[in-house]
Each structure stands twice: as structure tokens, then as C-alpha cells.
Design a binder for this molecule. Structure first.
Ligand code: NAD
Length: 250
């Protein structure tokens, strides 16, 4: 898609699942993609494969929770291209834990990975967008904000905060022509989801709740990320788009 061509894009959590799907779709459509993941080997391999196919992609082993690690990625993008057009705040984990057995450490770790990462990455990227009066930020929340799901209080609290953050920041930076939107994915076929729902029967049961009777894939999510990252959605900010095969309707 021409609208994303030559845009400079940072994707966190890009070694697997949704993040890898987003990075691939954007790179294949001509963006310069900075793939960031804790898992350094696969993220660099994905970037190398994309480069071998003629795309522009750079892989970084970095923890999205770490201001210093993310600052290096942002510096690299700025030194190569002088700008950052798009930030996809995707890195996240979702291990189940009953609330009664949850420790303070488990709670804090969840908020750090899923929420503080969004704080650091956005803080580092936003000044460059404000300065150029252009930019799009897409935050990945979860449909579980609407549905609730047992044993995920720490996770859903972090994902609810991302929706609030999206709305508040959109109000704040709209005057600088920077847009901030959010996606709530449903049950997406990824490595992470397979850990949460290992049995095919359970995954099929979740699919039965959808209107569309097929599994929703990282590519489905990536297409909506692409829409929210380009001029196609130029009049949208502060919004939450549900991509779940027609499960929750609101
Ligand atoms: N798959 C789903 O069904 C689903 C549903 C709703 C929301 N989500 C959200 O989508 C996002 C991606 O989920 P997924 O299913 O693709 O997961 P995944 O586990 O398949 O991939 C996540 C990637 O993020 C990386 N990561 C984790 N913590 C990181 C950190 N601190 N810094 C950098 N990278 C880190 C992991 O190494 C992994 O490569 C998450 O935020 C998740 O909460 C997923």
C-alpha cells in the first residue's frame, strides 16, 4: 500500500504473533520497520528475512520496559531517517494467575511489561512527532477489557489502562496533529494465545462466540494497524477498534 511507503515505523514485541505480522505487512508495503523484541534471535532473523526479500527492516533485542534500551532504538531510527512516523505499542504478556494467589510482584511485573513499556516508548517517540506535526500511535489493548476473563485481573487492568491512556493522550496531542488510537484484539492465532489456550477444542469454542466462523490471524490485526497508521484514518483519534471476528459489538 503506497500510503505506508517510506514511513518510519517502530513495532514492539515483533518477534512473534501480532507484532511479527504487523512488521511483515508494513515492511512488505515499503515502510522502514524497526522490529523490537526481548527475544533477540528471532526478531533479528525476521528482519534479515525481510531485508533479503528487498524490504527495509532492522531488528533489535530490547526490553520495551527499559527506557535506555528503547532510547537506542529511537536514536537509531532518527539517525538513519530523521523521523518516526508510526509507533505500534504491541509488546505484552498474558499469563493466567488466580487473583487470590497473585503476588504483588506478579501484579507489578504485568503492569511494567504491558503498561510502563507504553509509557517509555511513547515518551521517547512523541517529541519527534510533535516537532514534525505528524505521527500515528497505535496501542494494542484486548477484547478482554469488554468481556472480562477469569485469572487475568492483572492483565485486564493493564489493558484497560491502555484504553484510558489512548483517550487522554489523544486529547493532549491532537493539537500537534499526532493521532493516538487503540485496537482490542479478540482471540488471535498467535504463539502467545497458544500458551493461554493450548487445546484446539478450547480455541474452537472461543471461535464459536464470533460472528465470523474462522480464526482471526495476525495479518487481520496488521491490516487494521495499517489503516490506523495511514491517512486513511486521518480524522480518527482516541478511538478503540475491536478486531475480534464480530464477537463483542458496541
Ligand atoms: N493473541 C491474542 O489473542 C491477543 C488478544 C488480545 C490482545 N493481545 C495483545 O496483543 C499483543 C501481542 O500478543 P501476541 O498474542 O502476539 O503475543 P506473542 O506472545 O505471540 O508475542 C508477543 C511478543 O512480545 C514480546 N515481548 C514480551 N514482552 C516484551 C518486552 N518487555 N519487550 C519487548 N518485547 C516483549 C515477546 O517476546 C513476543 O515475541 C499483546 O499486547 C497482547 O496482550 C493478543
Amino acid at each position: 500500500m503506497e500510503l505506508i511507503r517510506d514511513k518510519v515505523v517502530i513495532v514492539t514485541g515483533a518477534a512473534a504473533g501480532i507484532g511479527a505480522g504487523v512488521a511483515r505487512l508494513f515492511a512488505e508495503n515499503g515502510a522502514h520497520v524497526f522490529l523490537v523484541d526481548l527475544d533477540g534471535v528471532p526478531v533479528k532473523e525476521i528482519a534479515a528475512t525481510l531485508r533479503a526479500q528487498g524490504s527495509s527492516a532492522f531488528g533489535f533485542e530490547a526490553d520495551a520496559r527499559s527506557r535506555d534500551a528503547m532510547a537506542k532504538v529511537v536514536e537509531d531510527a532518527i539517525s538513519r531517517f530523521g523521523r518516526i512516523d508510526v509507533l505500534i505499542n504491541n509488546a505484552g504478556v498474558y499469563p493466567r494467575q488466580p487473583f487470590l494467589e497473585m503476588t504483588e510482584e506478579q501484579w507489578d511485573t504485568m503492569q511494567d511489561i504491558n503498561l510502563k513499556s507504553v509509557f517509555h516508548c511513547t515518551k521517547l517517540v512523541l517529541p519527534h512527532m510533535v516537532q514534525r506535526r505528524a505521527g500515528a500511535i497505535v496501542n494494542i489493548s484486548s477484547v478482554t477489557f469488554f468481556t472480562g476473563l477469569k485469572h487475568l485481573t492483572h492483565y485486564i487492568a493493564s489493558k484497560a489502562a491502555i484504553i484510558g491512556f489512548t483517550r487522554a493522550l489523544a486529547r493532549e496531542v491532537g493539537e500537534h496533529n499526532v493521532r493516538v488510537n487503540c485496537i482490542t484484539p479478540g482471540a488471535i492465532e498467535t504463539e502467545g494465545e497458544r500458551k493461554l489456550i493450548p487445546s484446539k477444542e478450547e480455541a474452537d469454542k472461543a471461535m464459536e462466540l464470533q460472528s465470523l466462523k474462522r480464526r482471526i490471524t495476525p495479518l487481520d490485526l496488521a491490516r487494521v494497524c495499517l489503516f490506523l497508521s495511514t491517512e486513511l484514518s486521518d480524522a480518527m483519534t482516541g478511538q478503540t477498534l475491536n478486531v475480534d471476528g464480530g464477537w463483542i459489538m458496541y
